[in-house]
Design a protein. Sequence first.
Length: 248
Amino acid sequence: MWRAKRMLSPARLEEDGIRRQVRRFAVRLRGNCLDVGCRSKPYAREIAPFVERHYGIDLVRPRNRATRGPEVLGSALALPFRTASFDSVLCTQVLDDVPEPLQALKEFARILRSGGMLLVTVPQSWGEHDLPHDYWRFTEPGLRMLLTAAGFEIEAVDRRGGVGIVAFERLSAFLYYSWGKGFLPLRIVVVAACAIIQLLGQAVDLLDHTRADTLGYAVLAKRASNAGSGITIERGFGRVETRRDPAD
């Protein structure tokens, strides 16, 4: 049932992409991990084998009390924890809804112990959402600048697909939110069309080898003691490019 629901989601390519990214980098998380903007902790299963304790913080608790939620209520801009109190931080699709993302990243660096790891995902191509608190979209150079300024060394940057996934994911979402909530027969047709469109998007995406246009990024970064590190950038699935930091 869960798998069928996921396959029919109008945002499946985005959701699957984020889960793939968390699964790929979760092995680098360890110890006490803080999930910032955790909602119902949707990636608890992916990080569980690697961390000792999974704590969550968010502005509100989920309406459904049966689901997992945050242990603490609070803002990413002023985390209510002592300095150097966590070994890892997970933050998925939150920085775009924060008015001051650099301040949030500085807070992540503050609560991390020396050598602590940050796994963050952000959007580059996505429609407005969570209004009026939808402020930013990010590019890879912008992420590098913000993370370096906050005191992190970037270890890897992973892109969520290319132009095929971006174009067909956005078309799927447009169709669903325009006509997918009407009377049942039309809803069935629209949901089926969205599923087919997303499969086509995955096929078209195989032709894009640059990934210049992408749904978003996952970044793995380490709390830095000194600056100047190599940057690993994945150009799609299984293709890795390494660049040296200009400061080196």
